[in-house]
Design a protein around this ligand. Structure first.
Ligand code: ADP
Length: 423
């Protein structure tokens, strides 16, 4: 567009000059005006970007470059600590590096900046032309884990980058702990089984019918405990394997509670407890995985029965939580849980009282399974408890539909007893 305007202006100037020259009566003046117009025309055409053979304007380059941030600004925006080292001295440190290693590090010997024996060895020795990686523990905070990456820069300078590996290390540690815990949990009943099997090979023990029966019962219990543990481990690994696929099957929750109630009938009877269902505001239906949701309810109800007081009822309450969620709360009236245990309850194999849990056939995986199922369903688990009064496990799940008929339905086991208030 600019070029076009210039050409037009040049043509106009030249045209005017010639017109004046030919029409004027004064030949010298006319000649001067024509020369002047020619000069203006040439000037306009020769102006940058004006004449025909001029190359394309580097239009965008200037303004974009002037907006580019400086190297230091870019480095400050990087979350990892980054430094440049020249002749063993830190000549640049970004904001993250100063936050972790201190403000003083620029200008000091790099071994004083990164006070770590493994780092020092790498920073002053090694081949400066190659990228090297070194694991560092305890830099900054005591438990933090880093990977120090050294990369060559021009003129012998080196770029030092610290990558935070604490999370990766924590999950690796969890995996190691999990395998150790699972092996330990399996080894205990296995040792009992082997011990009793050996004893039974002794004729004297096997000859006594009562002793034989007692031993066989113990062996059966231990074998069942192992079976339960293996089942829970398989469930957990399946749920984890599927954690990125959101289940979408419409699942009405009340029939699931009914199934759980039937399967827990014996335990409820032993504890002289009833499972009371309270349902407000319509039938709760969620998009989900039916089998997993049943397991979730089962684990919570079994815990409520196991850890509840004998003779006290367990309540399963359904209610809307906002326009899009359903809250299912399993309420028991047991001893409750001290606050310091609450954040750890969903960890695998975490038990408040391991002896009590084991004596009731617990694997320590029930709540971990509940948490993973809830997460897979894009839900949330809230645990609250008052020691001496009881506990509430609230699971929030996205609702599929709520046929609103605003009722409170109580479904109870056959024995007609008064239902105490849940709150
Ligand atoms: P467990 O098989 O031991 O019951 P869970 O993962 O289901 O394992 O629960 C972990 C621990 O949380 C239990 O060992 C118990 O100490 C505690 N807990 C779970 N539910 C309740 C509850 N309703 N009341 C009191 N404590 C509970």
């Amino acid at each position: 567009m600019n070029r076009l305007l210039r050409i037009l202006a040049a043509a106009t100037a030249a045209g005017l000059g010639l017109l004046f020259a030919t029409s004027s009566g004064a030949p010298f003046l006319a000649a001067m005006v024509a020369v002047l117009a020619g000069i203006i025309a040439l000037g306009l055409l020769a102006a940058p970007g004006g004449a025909a053979p001029v190359e394309e304007e580097p239009a965008a380059e200037g303004p974009v470059q002037s907006f580019l941030p400086s190297t230091a600004e870019v480095a400050d925006a990087v979350e990892d600590p980054v430094m440049i080292v020249r002749d063993r001295r830190v000549i640049f440190a970004n904001r993250a590096a100063k936050a972790v290693l201190g403000d003083h590090i620029v200008g000091v010997d790099v071994r004083l900046a990164i006070r770590h024996p493994a780092a020092a060895e790498r920073l002053i020795g090694g081949n400066g032309d190659e990228v090297s990686r070194t694991e560092l523990v305890g830099l900054g905070d005591r438990d933090r884990r880093w990977e120090m990456v050294l990369s060559p820069l021009p003129d012998g300078d080196r770029l030092v980058r610290l990558q935070d590996r604490s999370d990766a290390h924590a999950s690796e540690q969890m995996r190691v702990d999990f395998v150790a815990n699972a092996s330990h949990e399996l080894r205990t009943p296995l040792a009992t089984l082997i011990g009793f099997a050996e004893t039974l090979q002794d004729d004297e023990a096997a000859g006594d019918k009562a002793t034989l029966q007692r031993f066989l019962k113990i062996m059966e219990d231990e074998a069942r405990r192992m079976q339960q543990l293996v089942d829970d481990l398989i469930s957990l690994s399946r749920i984890e394997a599927e954690r990125f696929s959101v289940p979408r099957e419409p699942v009405p929750l009340l029939p699931l509670v009914e199934e759980v109630r039937n399967s827990c009938d014996r335990l409820a009877e032993e504890k002289n407890s009833r499972i009371v269902v309270e349902q407000t505001n319509g039938e709760p239906v969620v998009p989900g995985d039916r089998a997993q949701l049943q397991q979730l309810i089962q684990n919570l109800v079994v815990n409520a029965l196991k850890y509840g007081k004998p003779g006290a009822d367990v309540t399963v309450r359904f209610e809307p939580a906002g326009p899009e969620m359903i809250r299912m709360t399993v309420i028991d009236r047991g001893d409750g849980i001290a606050p310091e245990h609450l954040p750890r309850l969903t960890e695998r194999f975490y038990r408040v009282d391991p002896g009590r849990s084991r004596s009731m056939g617990g694997t320590g995986l029930g709540l971990a399974i509940v948490k993973h199922i809830t997460q897979r369903h894009r839900g949330r688990l809230d645990i609250s408890s008052k020691p001496g009064e009881g506990s509430r496990f609230a699971v929030y799940l996205p609702a599929l539909s709520s046929k609103s008929h605003a009722t409170v339905t109580e479904v109870t086991r056959s024995s007609p007893r008064n239902v105490p208030e849940a709150d």
